[in-house]
Design a protein around this ligand. Structure first.
Ligand SMILES: [Zn+2]
Length: 126
């Protein structure tokens, strides 16, 4: 399970994936209401405008909530991360001992290659 599996690869989200392929984290920002949103899509979920720009994000935030799944060979962490300058996003925390995580822990984005698609944004402790 990956916290970003639900992001469609479509013309509307191509700028996001193109940036991700270069290791850059960009978020859609609405020109109408001036808010960012997650996940990338072609219409602003706040005001339904289609006037979107892509804004580079530092990709830093903190764990808003998380859950550790220990059903498979390796435990994995599904988390909501509250970005410092942006929305709350569903993602995975990686490269960390799940037992050391806590709500409020500082995290930053990393891009990990995935077998069949562009690199996806995940988070590590900082
Ligand atoms: Zn808007």
């Amino acid at each position: 399970m990956n916290g970003t599996d639900f992001i469609a690869h479509s013309p509307e989200t191509k700028p996001f994936w193109d940036a991700a392929a270069r290791g850059r984290f960009v978020l859609p920002r609405c020109r109408q209401c001036d808010r960012t949103h997650w996940y990338p899509r072609g219409i602003c979920p706040h005001c339904l405008s289609k006037a979107l720009d892509w804004q580079e994000s530092p990709g830093e935030g903190e764990i808003h909530s998380f859950s550790v799944n220990r059903m498979g060979d390796q435990p994995y962490v599904l988390a909501y991360v509250a970005l410092t300058k942006g929305p709350i996003m569903l993602t995975n925390i990686v490269d960390a001992d799940p037992d050391t995580l806590s709500i409020g822990a500082k995290v930053k984005v990393v891009f990990k290659p995935s077998p069949e698609q562009a690199p996806v944004p995940l988070f590590v402790l900082r």
